[in-house]
Design a binder for this molecule. Structure first.
Ligand code: CA
Ligand code: CA
Length: 203
């Protein structure tokens, strides 16, 4: 941003102002510093934002991969010594996500069904707008008592041999870069989600 003026006289307030502007024009180093000071915060915010977006997509892949692997571990009936099957799966899940996520903020739930029938049964809800799906604000019966609406109910926990088990993970990814975070969601938090449905082996 360089200022170029041509003038024939510098009388009065306008002239004095013009004189100052012209004297600033001569100091190129100062202008460059001001330009950098103005542009740098935007540039750094963009750089961090792009980095955070890339991290979020990587975290999403980690969450999906971990959930699929946890479900595969679950269907084999494997349990570590001193741990039950469920605790073994939870510990495995925590280890897998820890590369990019904070396991203490991870929500990981397991539900079980006797067979594939009934897996698409949601908690009963009052479909006020008649669109056939649950929408935020519609009343629902919290059958499994977890404080939120579930598209898949089932019994809490995992089942034995031959049972159909459903694994669901979610993680609140919080953006540190305000502008990019606001673009993604009003509060700068994006809920990453992953789920897996498997039938247990006859272990
Ligand atoms: Ca609805
Ligand atoms: Ca519920």
């Amino acid at each position: 941003m360089r200022l170029h003026f041509t003038t024939t006289g510098r009388s009065g307030i306008g002239g004095r102002l013009l004189g100052r502007v012209l004297s600033w024009k001569g100091d190129v180093r100062g202008t460059t510093a001001i330009e950098f000071a103005l542009v740098a915060p935007i540039l750094f915010a963009l750089m961090f934002g792009v980095l955070e977006l890339a991290l979020m997509f990587a975290a999403d892949r980690v969450l999906n991969g971990a959930t699929a692997s946890a479900a595969r571990l679950g269907l084999t009936g494997h349990a570590e010594a001193d741990l039950g099957r469920e605790a073994t799966i939870r510990a495995y899940m925590d280890r897998r996500v820890a590369v990019l996520l904070d396991p203490s903020r991870l929500r990981f739930e397991m539900r079980t069904f006797d067979g594939f029938a009934g897996i698409n049964v949601p908690e009963p809800f009052d479909d006020r707008n008649g669109n056939g799906v649950y929408d935020e604000g519609e009343h629902y019966d919290d059958i499994n008592g977890n404080g939120r609406f579930d598209k898949v109910v089932g019994r809490v926990g995992i089942g034995g041999a031959g049972a159909v088990d459903y694994y669901e993970a979610s993680y609140p990814w919080t953006f540190l870069t305000p502008v990019i975070g606001r673009l993604m969601s009003p509060d700068g938090v994006v809920e990453l989600r992953a789920s897996a449905l498997v039938q247990n082996e006859p272990f």
